[in-house]
Design a protein around this ligand. Structure first.
Ligand SMILES: N[C@@H](CCC(=O)N[C@@H](CS)C(=O)NCC(=O)O)C(=O)O
Length: 234
């Protein structure tokens, strides 16, 4: 970012889909930010103090406070909602009430159901194994893809209902979150979406967007060292 000392600091790592989601929202809104690396698996005490659930990301708004818990917000959804208020344009939450709620639902679905299966069931068994010098746990990743993912991908495909975007007929927090969390699978595996053509088109469109592509490229750089080749899920 060009701003040498932006208000917004994101604590975490772009390897996290939730950190990429927050970075993507900042990019879309042209809000200056910087990432301060935190190893969430061995966090320093100051980070535990600002992250009650010991999770990344946490945001700090330096215009509010530069240290301690002041000016900090944990949880990507709370953070993105804050950035929306601070930088309203372009709007990433539909104005119409029902579409707004649908966008929040899809954000939550991606943060929970999709992240549990894709993150805990595919990304971690592959990537955490190789960072420990072990072979990727292909059995776990493949069984998750075969047994848990189809219903989730069916739900997303049905949710799109042939539309370009998930809620309100325009790019929203729903699209950003779904693309970032699906990207967690794509970081470690070839992700065959042929059975879900609407979702495949959505993912292709979103992955090409600079707000998704730039943070993803940083994560990809970090992953390709320990895992030069993506694994096959089928
Ligand atoms: N609901 C949280 C989820 C954040 C989350 O689970 N982050 C992961 C990294 S992708 C984490 O911090 N994990 C730490 C751990 O499992 O101990 C959000 O949206 O910010």
């Amino acid at each position: 970012m060009t701003d040498p000392s932006p208000d917004l600091v994101i604590y975490g790592s772009l390897v996290s889909p939730f950190v990429r989601k927050v970075a993507g929202v900042c990019i879309l809104k042209n809000a200056g930010y910087e990432i301060e690396a935190v190893n969430v698996f061995a966090p320093p005490q100051w980070f535990r103090d600002i992250s009650p659930m010991k999770r990344i990301p946490v945001l700090r708004d330096r215009s509010i406070a530069t240290e301690g818990t002041g000016g900090t917000i944990a949880d990507s959804s709370a953070i993105c909602a804050y950035i929306e208020k601070k930088h309203p344009s372009p709007a990433l939450y539909p104005a119409e009430a029902f579409a707004h709620a649908r966008a929040l639902f899809w954000e939550e679905y991606a943060d929970t159901a999709l992240a549990m299966a894709g993150g805990l069931g595919i990304f971690r068994p592959v990537f955490f194994a190789v960072t420990k010098g072990e072979a990727p746990d292909l059995a776990k990743a493949r069984s998750t893809w075969a047994e848990q993912m189809p219903v989730i991908l069916d739900t997303l495909e049905a949710g799109l209902a042939g539309e370009q975007y998930f809620a309100g007929g325009a790019l929203s927090i729903a699209d950003i979150t779904i693309a970032c969390v699906l990207g967690q699978i794509a970081l470690v595996a070839e992700m065959p979406l042929d059975n879900w053509p609407g979702l495949a088109a959505h993912y292709a469109m979103m992955s090409a967007h600079p707000a998704i592509a730039a943070p993803y490229a940083e994560a990809d750089k970090a992953i390709r060292g320990p895992l030069p080749e993506k694994v096959q899920l089928a």
